[in-house]
Design a protein around this ligand. Structure first.
Ligand SMILES: Cc1cc2nc3c(=O)[nH]c(=O)nc-3n(C[C@H](O)[C@H](O)[C@H](O)COP(=O)(O)OP(=O)(O)OC[C@H]3O[C@@H](n4cnc5c(N)ncnc54)[C@H](O)[C@@H]3O)c2cc1C
Length: 404
């Protein structure tokens, strides 16, 4: 007989766990602390919902680094193509952008979430919002609800409470000590896909905060990546910074000096750059020589002057070398509340192959609250959906087999 499943957390991982469990015929209830579900998913859709990536499976899985092996089954059964098929099943057409990233045609998350919630309702999934899980009461789970404290028991539970970034959207990691008290190993949360602070001068902030720096190549311990980033009042952020953020964070946390080496003119060799700069008229301003000779726009010229104050008096060879490898020193990560995602969470030693807590049989974990990290590019949502699906199916099997 199908059992009663409680899903705690109504983000992508929890909703997918609910869908997968309901598909087996289980009676599924989702408990969500906030007044509505999927707030981070909707926020992700604000700048274009990058739901998965179109690259081949081996490259795709490699983006999860050391945790690829543990996420493997979830990603094998729910990879990029499966995410696209699932979207299509909800009536959401997707396309592969030039970088290989996959987006819904409408770019936003709201049509997808609407279609998903009506599918869940059709399958009998009940969603109780404003129900905040507040810890254990023996075998039961305690909730704060508009009607006061309630205790609930289930045949199986999936915890899908998210990570620790953007806590105002619901995932505030308040659960961490409750699991810790149960003897479940949880790694502290750290910012992932985050911005970094730079000691900009007041003039640079005033003039360039918000400006994009386009078409550069950045190099760190993570390798060399082309892309763009944004200057902020505090430092730098954007996709190119996120691509290096895990390596830079690890360096800072190890007490080392973190810096990105920027190539401001990736299409031009150092030799050609020297020749192009030498051809410029000496009477032209420094900015004009860089614009005409190196093709640098205003913000790149200002960045060069900000980081190399004596750039205008350097010999041409040295100037060209700086333009090709400009060190950008990074002071520290921006706070986790601003990060796109978080590293840390329930450790792999605490769960079995189906993400069931070894210390609490019948309780499964999915999504960003598990200890893995990945770059932006649709990898975050894909793993949340994949682990949610696997945990939901496993929870339904567990519930169905209780007592048999
Ligand atoms: C600005 C931004 C843009 C992003 N863009 C992308 C993107 O384009 N592509 C991509 O792949 N990823 C993106 N991400 C990351 C992605 O949104 C997350 O990785 C994903 O939402 C995590 O899913 P989840 O279900 O694990 O957790 P969440 O989405 O955080 O959901 C967890 C849910 O649990 C609820 N909850 C927490 N505690 C309790 C409790 N005690 N009781 C009951 N409910 C609780 C929360 O309210 C929340 O609804 C973005 C993130 C941000 C912040």
């Amino acid at each position: 007989m199908a059992g009663r499943i409680g899903i705690i957390g109504g983000g992508p991982a929890g909703l997918m766990a609910a869908e997968a469990a309901a598909f087996t015929g289980a009676k599924v209830t989702v408990f969500e602390a906030m007044p509505t579900v999927g707030r981070k998913l909707l926020m992700a859709g604000k700048s274009g919902l990058n739901i998965t990536h179109g690259e081949d499976h081996a490259s795709f899985v490699s983006r999860y680094g050391a945790t690829a092996a543990r996420l493997g089954t979830a990603l094998n059964s729910f990879d990029g193509q499966a995410v696209r098929d699932w979207c299509a099943g909800l009536g959401i057409e997707t396309f592969v952008g030039s970088s290989g990233r996959v987006f819904p045609k409408a770019m936003k998350a709201s049509p997808l979430l609407r279609a998903w919630l009506s599918r869940l309702a059709e399958r009998g999934v009940e969603i109780r919002v404003r129900h905040r899980w507040v810890g254990f009461d023996g075998a039961a789970l305690m909730f704060e609800t508009p009607e006061g404290r309630r205790s609930e028991t289930f045949d199986a539970v999936v915890l899908a409470l998210g990570g620790a970034s953007w806590p105002r959207l619901g995932s505030d990691a308040a659960w961490l000590p409750w699991l810790d008290d149960e003897g479940i190993a949880v790694a502290p949360f750290r910012p992932a896909n985050c911005g970094f602070e730079v000691a900009w001068s007041p003039y640079f902030i005033e003039r360039f905060a918000g400006a994009p720096i386009k078409a550069v190549v950045a190099t760190s311990d993570a390798g060399s990546t082309p892309g763009e980033f944004v200057v902020t009042r505090h430092g730098v952020e954007g996709s190119l910074i996120y691509a290096h953020s895990a390596a830079l964070r690890d360096r800072i946390e190890a007490g080392g000096q973190a810096e990105l080496l920027l190539d401001l003119v990736p299409g031009r060799s150092a030799k050609r750059l020297v020749e192009d700069l030498k051809r410029q008229k000496a009477k032209d301003s420094f900015g004009n020589r860089l614009r005409k000779g190196a093709g640098l726009d205003g913000v790149k010229v200002a960045l060069l002057r900000e980081l190399v104050p004596d750039a205008n008096v350097l010999p041409v060879e040295e100037l060209a070398a700086r333009i090709k490898a400009l060190p950008l020193p990074l002071l520290r990560m921006r706070p986790i509340a601003e990060a796109i995602s978080s590293a840390g969470g329930v450790e792999w030693t605490s769960v079995d192959e189906d993400f069931m807590l070894r210390g609490r049989p019948g309780m499964f974990v999915a999504g960003e609250m598990l200890d893995w990290e990945a770059p932006t590019g649709g990898y975050l949502l894909t793993a949340c959906l994949g682990t949610g699906k696997q945990a939901g199916i496993a929870a339904a099997h567990y519930a169905a087999n209780i007592g048999s």
